[in-house]
Design a protein around this ligand. Structure first.
Ligand code: FAD
Length: 288
């Protein structure tokens, strides 16, 4: 195995594009090293991104959003008062990843590019309408987060392409987001279902919403029908039931040791209700 310590994204892209075998980027390493040690994936080329200038930074964008570097850990994100105030749902999704030790290393970009349908930070990013900057042999492009994972362990990134940053849009007034997951025990487990809701209000009425579900399809999914069920409402009982029904209808999960497809489908509806109520309360300023 060849270990490379890239000093720029273009250098990382160049090494990856020219690498003949299995290539992995090393951010926090909490997926890569587990896969390596268990013999699941032994990269021929391992390209460390942590020495690239700016990868540990969180900065304001000119539009009032946040640009998050690809080596920012879950712990660092959770301690960032600005991101937490604007996007508490994104932060709580990433905050559920692993243990204290894992939080010290794990990154948003690694969680996204590992390609797990149950990745805890991804529904929150999708609901927030986050975008990633992709750098590769043909230059840079901006891509919506939901277009990166294409299936379990798979991404749309081409040969030599990698993510250089994640951008969250400006929060704006009267907005709130939230993420919750169901797991069979209280921590350190993989989501049976995860759900994120992001919404904005005009008065008490929901003016816009995005709903994302994890672990109920081969990738995290955006569910426009679920968002449509609550837009124009004050999240009354009828709206909550329509939301739950749309979430259940969008779910096409597998059955495994963590839960049957039927159970996951049911939980998708239950979580959608709860998470929408949490996001609504935040948007109204009732909770943080
Ligand atoms: C004990 C334990 C518990 C865990 N619990 C959870 C959990 O509860 N929820 C959850 O979602 N995950 C969990 N995970 C999985 C893991 O911690 C997360 O997926 C984490 O966010 C991965 O980030 P990383 O920086 O460590 O990624 P890495 O391991 O460094 O990389 C992961 C993948 O992403 C690619 N990659 C990394 N950075 C980039 C980039 N900038 N551009 C392109 N590709 C890139 C790598 O090539 C690799 O394929 C757990 C892992 C462990 C070991």
């Amino acid at each position: 195995m060849r270990y490379h310590c890239a000093k720029s994204f273009s250098e990382a892209a160049e090494i990856a594009a020219g690498a003949p075998g299995i290539t992995r980027f090393l951010a926090g390493g909490t997926d890569v090293l587990v896969q390596l040690r268990s013999g699941l994936v032994t990269p021929d080329d391992l390209i460390d991104l942590k020495q690239i200038p700016g990868v540990h930074d969180i900065s304001r964008t000119p539009e009032g959003g946040w640009r998050i570097g690809v080596a920012v850990s879950g712990a660092e994100l959770g301690e960032h008062a600005g991101v937490k105030a604007d996007w508490p749902g994104v932060v709580e999704g990433m905050g559920l990843v692993g243990s204290t030790q894992v939080q010290g290393r794990a990154t948003l970009a690694g969680n996204l590019c590992n390609g797990s349908p149950a990745a805890d930070s991804v529904p929150g990013l999708v609901a927030a309408e986050a975008r990633v900057t992709v750098i590769g042999p043909n230059g840079a492009r901006e891509v919506p987060v939901e277009e990166i994972p294409t299936g379990p362990g798979k991404t749309s990134l081409g040969p030599g392409e990698l993510i250089a940053a994640i951008t969250l849009p400006a929060r704006g007034a009267a907005g709130g987001d939230a993420y919750q997951r169901f797991i069979p025990r209280t921590e350190m487990d993989i989501a049976v279902v995860g759900c994120a809701v992001n919404l904005t209000l005009t008065g008490e009425t929901i003016a816009a919403a995005r709903v994302a579900l994890g672990a109920v399809a081969p990738t995290v999914i955006l569910v426009p029908e679920a968002a449509a069920a609550i837009v124009g409402t004050a999240l009354d009982d009828a709206a909550l039931e329509a939301l739950a029904a749309a979430a259940r209808a969008a779910a096409s999960p597998i059955s495994d040791k963590r839960g049957t497809a039927e159970f996951r489908t049911h939980v998708a509806g239950v979580l959608a209700r709860r998470v929408a109520q949490a996001a609504y309360a935040r948007a109204k300023g009732d909770t943080k």
